[in-house]
Structures are given as structure tokens and as C-alpha cells.
Design a protein around this ligand. Structure first.
Ligand code: NAD
Ligand code: UDP
Length: 308
């Protein structure tokens, strides 16, 4: 198949391009390089089945493909809060453009949604039927509400125009090619530990997150794209849940670093707890994460050690 990956030069997108090419598909990687970079896809540039297109999904585009994976959107709080109006435009206008394209060329489209649609969840672990607890006017809203509207647009194009859609709600994912300065906890802690700098724990570090290795996540996305009897939304993530302070200690152990822990103020609206319920993905996709945290972190640490 010919497959369009928007945000293909980013962290998850570049791994998705790798896996699609391994499965002998033709891949068009579309990116505006806001948070993505050529280094993430440099190894693919000479590949016969790979094309790179510099484009911003806020503008319409016409390409002939069978599948569209819509990942374009900054994902770390620092990056999505840098230009919040642009972030919400990317989720709303960008998703509308991709849905318009999918409708016109009759392609199947998968939207990369997020666990952030659950906001600061009052249901734990989070199930797909939970509607969430999101602040509509806070600093995270440009991202959270943008992704919620993107889901609404997906469902309405499906119901009104019969567009063939898939929605995945991605939980915290980590691995090689995360930008070292994007402020997310995994890259921050690893880079700080390797540099011998203090690990910056926000608040008391009691808030929890569940971390999924990127290869596991990408296989789940591809399984969802090719699953015939479900539109989603479906949760994809690893249910291994850790308080952030414990996570910091794991990073110190795995890197062998002597870094100290430095407590910093908790950002506004930082969700208190997060853990995916993946029963639906297990049932419909026969998918569950295979790579345990230590193994995935070791690969990620090796990547950053080399990069630094
Ligand atoms: P990333 O920032 O590394 O990748 C996003 C990519 O989209 C970048 O290459 C960026 O340049 C590109 N992009 C941004 N705005 C664009 C625009 N207007 N037009 C074209 N390209 C644009 O982030 P990521 O972690 O790889 O996330 C990929 C997707 O997965 C995002 O949609 C994100 O919301 C979603 N997601 C990620 C996580 C996670 O833990 N990494 C969790 C939930 C959801
Ligand atoms: N966090 C932290 N120190 C950091 C970066 C993040 O303690 O240097 C915390 C952050 O407050 C949040 C969790 O780690 O509770 C995950 O943050 P991240 O930005 O990676 O993802 P998200 O908040 O979007 O889940």
C-alpha cells in the first residue's frame, strides 16, 4: 500500500515509517519540522519506497494514498505551549484537511489521539467509555481540547460522510529519537542522569504515569489500522504504572548516575494519575506490550548516551 504519515519525522512517526517500510509498504512522510528533524529519518532518505514532503497540515494537500496516519502535532507540553494557537489549529484545521483528503481519495485514516483527552481522570485506570475531566481554559487545553475536537471530527466525518476511520488514544510513550530538549519526563531524566545533573521531579513526584516502549506502540497502531471491525477510540499503552519519584530512582539505577533529585513546582493541571485499561486492545487487536520497562529504558539510555 501507499501510506501517508503526517508528523513522520517526529519521534513516534519516524518509528512508524521504519515499521511500514519493513512491511514493504510505500511511505510518504509529511512534516513541517516544527519538532521533528531530518536526523530521525536520515537513514530512510535513499530508500526506494520512501518520500519526504515538507508541508504543514494546516494547509490542504493532495496525494493519492491508501492509508493516512495523522500524527502531526507537537506532543510535549513545552512544545505545544510554545504557540498554543498553532497547536489547536494543527489538531482542528489539520485533522479537517486530512479527513477531507481521506474522503476525497477514499483512504482509511487513523488519528493519533491521546490519554490527555481524559484530562485529570476521575476514573482509574482509564477506559475508553470514560468521557474525561479536562480543563477547557488552561495551559494544556490547546492540546487536550484540540485532540478532543479531532476525535469529534473523525466521528462526524465517519457518520456523515462514511469516511473509514480509526482512533487510537496513545499513553506516555518513550524510546530513541525523543528530542533531548522536549521536556518530557523520560528524555529529561535520562539526559540529566547521563550529564550528572539533578533530576527535576515536579511536585512531590507522587503523580503517576505508565510508560510504553515505542516499538510496542507502533505495532498496536498498525494492528488498529488494519483491524476491520472497529473504529475506536482504543487505548494503546503499557499499564505498568509508576509514581514519578520511583521512576526517577529507576533511571538513576539503570544509568548508574550519582545525580541528586531536585524538586520543582508542579505545572498547572498536571494529571494526578494515569494508567491505560487495554482490555479492548487485547480483545480486538490481540495486542499487548511485549517490552518491559527496564529493557526499553536500557535501549533508550544507550541511544541518548551515543547522542550526547
Ligand atoms: P513529536 O513532536 O516528536 O512529533 C510530532 C511531529 O509532527 C513532528 O515531526 C513535527 O514536526 C510534526 N508537526 C507538528 N505540527 C505539524 C504541522 N502543523 N504540520 C506538519 N507536521 C507537523 O511527537 P510524538 O511524540 O512523536 O507524537 C506524535 C503524535 O502522537 C502526536 O500527534 C501526539 O499528540 C501523539 N501522542 C504522543 C504521545 C507520546 O507519549 N509521545 C502520547 C500521546 C499522543
Ligand atoms: N515531570 C517531572 N520532571 C520533568 C518532566 C516531567 O517530574 O523533568 C513530570 C510531569 O509533571 C508529569 C510527568 O512527569 O507529571 C510526565 O510528564 P510528561 O511531560 O513526560 O508527560 P505528560 O504530563 O504529558 O503525561
Amino acid at each position: 500500500m501507499r501510506i501517508l504519515v503526517t508528523g513522520g519525522a517526529g519521534f513516534i512517526g519516524s518509528h512508524l515509517c521504519d515499521h511500514l517500510l519493513e512491511d514493504s509498504h510505500e511511505v510518504i512522510c509529511l512534516d513541517n519540522f516544527f519538532t521533528g528533524c531530518k536526523d530521525n529519518i536520515r537513514h530512510l532518505l535513499g530508500h526506494d519506497h520512501f518520500e519526504l514532503m515538507r508541508h504543514d497540515i494546516i494547509q490542504p494537500v493532495l496525494v493519492e494514498v491508501d492509508r493516512i496516519y495523522n500524527l502531526a502535532c507537537p506532543a510535549s507540553p513545552i512544545h505545544y505551549q510554545y504557540n498554543p494557537v498553532k497547536t489547536i489549529k494543527t489538531s482542528i484545521l489539520g485533522t479537517m484537511n486530512m479527513l477531507g483528503l481521506a474522503k476525497r481519495i477514499k483512504a482509511r485514516i487513523l488519528q493519533a489521539s491521546t490519554s490527555e483527552v481524559y484530562g485529570n481522570p476521575l476514573v482509574h485506570p482509564q477506559v475508553e467509555t470514560y468521557w474525561g475531566n479536562v480543563n477547557p481554559i488552561g495551559l494544556r487545553s490547546c492540546y487536550d481540547e484540540g485532540k478532543r475536537v479531532a476525535e469529534t471530527l473523525m466521528m462526524d466525518y465517519h457518520r456523515q460522510n462514511d469516511v473509514d476511520i480509526r482512533i487510537v488514544r496513545i499513553f506516555n510513550t518513550y524510546g530513541s529519537r525523543m528530542a533531548e530538549d522536549d521536556g518530557r519526563v523520560v528524555s529529561n531524566f535520562i539526559v540529566q542522569a547521563l550529564r550528572g545533573e539533578p533530576l527535576t521531579v515536579y511536585g512531590e513526584g507522587k503523580q503517576t504515569r505508565s510508560f510504553c516502549y515505542v516499538d510496542d506502540l507502533v505495532l498496536g497502531m498498525m494492528a488498529m489500522m488494519e483491524c476491520e471491525d472497529i473504529t475506536g477510540p482504543i487505548n494503546l499503552g503499557n499499564p505498568n504504572e509508576f509514581p514519578i519519584i520511583d521512576f526517577a530512582k529507576i533511571i538513576l539505577k539503570l544509568t548508574g548516575s550519582k545525580s541528586k533529585i531536585k524538586y520543582m513546582p508542579l505545572p498547572a493541571d498536571d494529571p494526578v494519575q494515569r494508567q491505560p485499561n487495554i482490555a479492548l486492545a487485547r480483545e480486538k487487536l490481540s495486542w499487548h506490550p511485549q517490552i518491559d520497562l527496564e529493557k526499553g529504558l536500557q535501549k533508550t539510555i544507550d541511544y541518548f548516551r551515543e547522542k550526547l
